[in-house]
Design a binder for this molecule. Structure first.
Ligand SMILES: [Zn+2]
Length: 169
């Protein structure tokens, strides 16, 4: 069975969203991780099994059985806590449901109430990267997935990108 080089996902990417995605000032690492999601190349548990790091198809954070990328990216309650905290910080007047967030991440379309989509994409890309790092550190190296630490890190790194002021610490 051969794998096509590009995604065969049914949801098409928004051309306008794609343009903003490539221009948004997120870090190259964040964009690369997000790009893997857009083209359907996220390694799940089967990848860990292949490399001998796992024998389970259960989420190691919440022990739910899952096969989909929705749980991996946003649906896992542990990760959803991080998303809710970071998005709540930057968009206190908006509520992003799991489905809404997943749609944004996989189709690059967002609610019309978002007046600065580039800003939104930086927040999501940076948070995604922090969650990704936390996921693999806990999954492969058994380092605890520390929600509050990841929330603070995602907020700090996003502010660093979005504000011209230097941050001390
Ligand atoms: Zn989970």
């Amino acid at each position: 069975m051969s794998t096509p080089p590009f995604s065969t996902k049914s949801s098409p990417l928004s051309p306008a969203g794609t343009d903003i995605f490539w221009k948004a000032p997120m870090t190259p690492e964040a964009r690369t991780i997000w790009y893997k999601i857009l083209v359907g190349k996220v390694p799940l548990r089967h990848f860990l099994r292949q490399i001998g790091r796992s024998t389970s198809s259960l989420c190691h954070l919440c022990t739910t059985s899952f096969k989909d990328t929705l749980h991996f990216q946003v649906g896992c309650p542990t990760k959803n806590d991080v998303w809710t905290s970071v998005l709540g910080y930057f968009f206190p007047h908006l509520h992003f449901s799991i489905d809404c967030l997943y749609t944004i991440m996989t189709t690059l379309t967002w609610p019309s109430t978002i007046w600065n989509p580039s800003h939104l994409l930086v927040v999501i890309g940076t948070t995604l990267r922090c969650i990704w790092i936390g996921h693999w550190q806990s999954s492969i190296h058994n380092i605890p997935f520390q929600r509050q630490h990841l929330v603070k890190r995602a907020i700090r790194e996003t502010l660093h990108i979005l504000t011209p002021l230097p941050l001390d610490d």
